[in-house]
Ligand binder design. Structure first.
Ligand SMILES: [Zn+2]
Length: 74
């Protein structure tokens, strides 16, 4: 009996992180946010051998404010 292939492990983690970030108010819907996925050194994804097989650290944060080009006196 075949099972459907699971999505990459970190994909669901990113979604979880995004949901919790939304819940905690870290990000808002419609806002640009970054998902930072920190893979382990030995992860197959980093080595280019295949899909992620580690348990990456996933953080979601709001888009950092852009550095505006202000006229600074120098
Ligand atoms: Zn990985």
């Amino acid at each position: 009996m075949k099972r459907k292939p699971k999505p990459p492990g970190y994909a669901s983690r990113v979604l979880d992180a995004a949901e919790s970030a939304l819940a905690s108010g870290t990000i808002r819907r419609g806002q640009v946010a970054h998902a930072i996925v920190a893979h382990d050194d030995w992860c197959d994804l980093l080595a280019g051998r295949g899909p992620c097989n580690c348990n990456p650290d996933v953080r979601v944060q709001a888009d950092p404010p852009t550095h505006r080009a202000t006229h600074e006196s120098n």
